[in-house]
Each structure stands twice: as structure tokens, then as C-alpha cells.
Ligand binder design. Structure first.
Ligand SMILES: Cc1cc2nc3c(=O)[nH]c(=O)nc-3n(C[C@H](O)[C@H](O)[C@H](O)COP(=O)(O)OP(=O)(O)OC[C@H]3O[C@@H](n4cnc5c(N)ncnc54)[C@H](O)[C@@H]3O)c2cc1C
Length: 115
């Protein structure tokens, strides 16, 4: 990364589902650098899971590598990592491997779970 790039406002987006990808797309052209973190290396198009379950689609038709979705976005760094927490006071995203990623703005797009 260039020194100029390093000085840009750093947006960290956790989750490359619909929410995280939309946020990344909407930031195209903004004077920011983006780190997009997901514990999966692919985006999963969940609405078509039924079609995979019933064998009318192949898995590869509903899952796309995140890195290839961002191939035309040099300001976006993709990170394959599991987030274990956020240090809001220190503006750091804490990763499972013990490292961290600092941010200026954090977007949490980790989806929802059904109880
Ligand atoms: C079977 C099925 C059918 C559906 N059909 C429809 C439909 O027809 N129409 C419709 O509008 N909606 C539908 N939905 C709902 C829709 O898919 C969800 O609302 C949408 O995917 C939510 O997007 P999201 O970005 O909030 O979360 P998600 O798509 O769940 O993305 C969250 C991402 O965050 C990542 N993540 C989570 N925790 C961490 C962590 N700790 N560290 C790193 N990464 C993490 C996950 O790996 C994931 O990639 C359907 C859902 C299902 C399951």
C-alpha cells in the first residue's frame, strides 16, 4: 500500500453477506480504503439455498469468492478471518488468531441468527 493509501480514512466492514457487500459497493469512489472481513472466503446467496438442497442448482452457482467480487476495487482489501470481538475504545477489530485491525469507521454486517 502506498503512503497516500495508508493515510486514507479506513472503513472496516465485517461480513460479506448482502449487507456488507452493499456497503462496500455504495462506498465505491469515496475517499476511503476498505477492509472487508469474513470468516468465509465466499459470499453465499442464501435465497437460493433451497434450489441447492433440491439439486436444481450447484453450490458453485450460489457462492462466489469474495476476492473475485472485489477484483476491480483496488482500495478494498479482503480478509479471510473470524472476528472474535471489537475494542470500541481502541477502535480495533479483534481476530481469532490474536491479531487486530484498526479502523476509523466500523460497519457490522454479520447477519442474524434465529433463536
Ligand atoms: C433459505 C433462505 C432463503 C431466503 N430467501 C430470501 C428471499 O427470498 N428474499 C429475501 O429478501 N431474503 C431471503 N432470505 C434472507 C436473506 O438471505 C438475509 O436477510 C440476508 O442474507 C441477510 O444479509 P446480511 O448481510 O445481514 O447477513 P448474511 O448474508 O448472513 O451475511 C453475514 C456475513 O457475516 C459473516 N460473519 C458473521 N459473523 C462473523 C464473524 N464473527 N467473523 C467474520 N465474519 C462473520 C458471515 O460469514 C456472512 O458472510 C433467505 C434466507 C435463507 C436462509
Amino acid at each position: 500500500m502506498t503512503d497516500q493509501g495508508r493515510n486514507l480514512h479506513h472503513v472496516v466492514i465485517i461480513g460479506a453477506g448482502f449487507g456488507g457487500l452493499e456497503a462496500t459497493y455504495r462506498l465505491a469512489g469515496a475517499p476511503v480504503r476498505i477492509t472487508l472481513i469474513d470468516r468465509r472466503n465466499h459470499h453465499l446467496f442464501q435465497p437460493l439455498l433451497y434450489q441447492v438442497a433440491t439439486a436444481s442448482l450447484a453450490t458453485s452457482e450460489i457462492a462466489w469468492p469474495i476476492r473475485s467480487l472485489m477484483r476491480d476495487r483496488p482500495e478494498v482489501t479482503t480478509l479471510f478471518a473470524n472476528v472474535r470481538g471489537v475494542d470500541a475504545a481502541g477502535r480495533r477489530v479483534l481476530l481469532e488468531d490474536g491479531t487486530d485491525v484498526t479502523y476509523d469507521t466500523l460497519v457490522l454486517a454479520t447477519g442474524a441468527r434465529h433463536g
